[in-house]
Structure formats: structure tokens, C-alpha cells
Design a protein around this ligand. Structure first.
Ligand code: HPA
Ligand code: MG
Length: 214
């Protein structure tokens, strides 16, 4: 069974003053939770594991927007590096879906999936690339839609999975980090569209949640 780098409940991350944070967010960040460099190192290994399992046929990499775009770009860079330096290589094509299921720091009841036709997935090996899986509800909805396109194989990689009481036990095939039940931002994860432009994954101050509330 897939297992990610585990970050325990009592791990509070790092003093933000020891890292570079954009000026416009300095007041909003409580701690740096996962530094950018560590994200990239873990992503490099995920790329290797994925290519070992899936690397014998054309892969369609499906990015779940918006939160997945940084992880998607960096993961594909590592996969490309393996493709250009290894004995074997496979073509990768890309596709995108957009899903919205969060308002403020809570999931909304309504999951909206906006996307392409996705008919190009028929008969292909599909790698779904997601930023974070919390309840698994969104991923289950997406997977049932994708299965209608009759791909040959579907694998899911998520940079983060959150350990919550309400989690119904959905686990993706590949996991970057397993994190406690804390709201995180940065590296394309947002709070009401803010903080995507932050390199590190960080914990917000409570007063920042008020400031950007809608
Ligand atoms: N941060 C940002 N987006 C999210 C989170 C989170 O902690 N959980 C689910 N979507
Ligand atoms: Mg997401």
C-alpha cells in the first residue's frame, strides 16, 4: 500500500523568519510547514516510482486545477528528466480539469467539475495529478466521471493527503506527504484564491483567515 512522508500532529513546521516569504504575505503566515526544497525532493522520488509502474506505455497526465498546477509542472519536469536520461522513455501528453469544492477553509457540498471533453482518455494510461485529498469525495466524483471515458488504466498521485476523522479511507496510488488535519496554503494551494503565489506549504494565522474571508 502506498505510503507518504508522514508529518505528525505535533510537528509544527519551521519558523517563517528563517525562510523567504513574499512581503505581501509576511503578516499572514504562522509557520512554514513543508519547505519548497523538500516538496521537490519528494516529487523527484514520486516521479521515479510512477515511471517504474506506468512507464511502458504512453501516459496522459491529467492535472486537477487550480491547486495541482505547481505539483503537476514539477512532477512532469522530473518525469521528463527520467525520460531523457534513462534506457527507456514514453511519450507524455497532458490534459486539465478544473474542480472547485472549497469556500473559506471548509469543503462545500457542491463539487463542480469543469473540463475538457476528455475523450482523448479512451484506451490510455491516465495519471491523475492532485494537490490534496481530504475526504476523498472530490476524487471519487472525478474518478467515476473518468471511468466513463474507458481509459486502460487510471492511477492517482496526490502531493498531500490529510488525516481527518471524516476521511472515508480513500487512498491514492502515490502519496507525497501525509499531513495532520490543518489548513495549509502555498505551492498553488489557496485560501479563497490567495497564497498560490507562495513557494512553501505554510500554515495560516487565524487573523489571515478573517482578512481573506468571503
Ligand atoms: N488547503 C487548501 N486547499 C485545500 C485544503 C487545504 O488544507 N484541504 C482541501 N483543499
Ligand atoms: Mg484540490
Amino acid at each position: 500500500m502506498a505510503c507518504g512522508l508522514q508529518i505528525k500532529d505535533e510537528d509544527s513546521g519551521y519558523n517563517k523568519n528563517l525562510f523567504c516569504i513574499p512581503k505581501h504575505y509576511e503578516e499572514d503566515i504562522e509557520r512554514v510547514f513543508i519547505p519548497h526544497g523538500l516538496i521537490l525532493d519528494r516529487t523527484e522520488r514520486l516521479a521515479r516510482d510512477i515511471m517504474q509502474d506506468m512507464g511502458s506505455h504512453h501516459i496522459v497526465a491529467l492535472c486537477v486545477l487550480k491547486g495541482g498546477y505547481k505539483f503537476f509542472a514539477d512532477l512532469l519536469d522530473h518525469i521528463k528528466a527520467l525520460n531523457q536520461n534513462g534506457d527507456k522513455s514514453v511519450p507524455i501528453t497532458v490534459d486539465f480539469v478544473r474542480i472547485k469544492s472549497y469556500c473559506n477553509d471548509s469543503p462545500t457540498q457542491k463539487i463542480s467539475i469543469v473540463g475538457e471533453e476528455l475523450s482523448a482518455l479512451n484506451g490510455k494510461n491516465v495519471l491523475v495529478v492532485e494537490d490534496i485529498i481530504e475526504t476523498g469525495r472530490t476524487m471519487k466524483a472525478l474518478l467515476s466521471k473518468l471511468k466513463d471515458k474507458e481509459p486502460k488504466m487510471i492511477r492517482v498521485v496526490s502531493l498531500l493527503i490529510k488525516m481527518t476523522n471524516q476521511s472515508p479511507g480513500y487512498r491514492p496510488d502515490y502519496i507525497g506527504f501525509e499531513i495532520p488535519d490543518k489548513f495549509v496554503v502555498g505551492y498553488a494551494l489557496d485560501y479563497n484564491e490567495y497564497f498560490r503565489d507562495l513557494n512553501h506549504i505554510c500554515i495560516l494565522k487565524e487573523k489571515a483567515k478573517e482578512k481573506y474571508k468571503i
